[in-house]
Design a protein around this ligand. Structure first.
Ligand code: HEM
Ligand code: NAG
Length: 165
């Protein structure tokens, strides 16, 4: 077998290989100088813009309530003082969602007792639920949900007493 440069197909291949090597060694030399503006950033690994910034904040039962999915597109809930941004789970927590009762609220007791009954929630004007009557098993269950939420959503704040923020 021999490589016959006289064959047009071989000449074409050789030229193509040289072209590719040149593109790798001198990428800028082969980039057109007059790229239309809208394509300037199309072929790059750089993100187009900065992702929206998320501020870690301190919430109280009263300031958490507006994030219950009705007026504000953001949905937050708290478990044991940790606030999670569950906006991505709107189908669970948005209006009409199966767990909408937890939106904008301290969900600790409901998560511990595996119940979305109304009496699991503490009035937003009352002191935080101390959860002192929970059994070890219920605390374990609540911790399990906290793991689930920490893995799936973003922790975006902490929940403190109404008069502590
Ligand atoms: C009628 C019984 C119930 C059914 C059929 C049910 C069904 C479901 C289903 C299908 C999911 C979705 C799982 C996924 O796609 O990740 C889910 C998630 C969940 N369930 Fe239930 N569930 C029930 C009762 C409860 C109760 C009583 C609670 C009270 C704490 C609860 C709390 C949750 C939570 C917190 C999630 C996770 C949602 C998320 O990832 O944001 N569920 N459930
Ligand atoms: C949701 O929050 C808004 C604003 O804070 C409030 O007016 C409304 O009553 C809340 N809805 C529920 C179901 O808690």
């Amino acid at each position: 077998m021999s490589f016959d440069l006289g064959l047009p197909v071989n000449t074409a291949l050789l030229l193509y290989v040289l072209y590719c090597v040149q593109r790798i060694i001198l990428p800028s030399a082969s980039t057109p100088k007059t790229v239309p503006n809208e394509f300037k950033h199309s072929y790059t690994w750089m993100p187009r813009g900065h992702p929206p910034t998320l501020l870690f904040k301190t919430y109280t039962p009263r300031t958490l309530q507006p994030f219950n999915g009705t007026d504000n597109p953001r949905i937050l809930l708290a478990i044991k003082g940790v606030v999670y941004d569950v906006t991505a789970g709107r189908s669970f927590y948005g209006p009409g969602g199966m767990y909408a009762n937890f939106a904008g609220r301290d969900a600790s007791r409901g998560m511990a007792k595996q119940s979305f009954d109304e009496e699991m929630l503490t009035d937003i004007d009352q002191p935080l639920d101390k959860l002192e009557d929970l059994t070890g098993e219920e605390i374990e269950n609540m911790r399990g949900w906290m793991d689930h939420f920490a893995n799936k959503y973003i922790i975006c704040g902490r929940l403190v007493e109404n008069d502590a923020a």
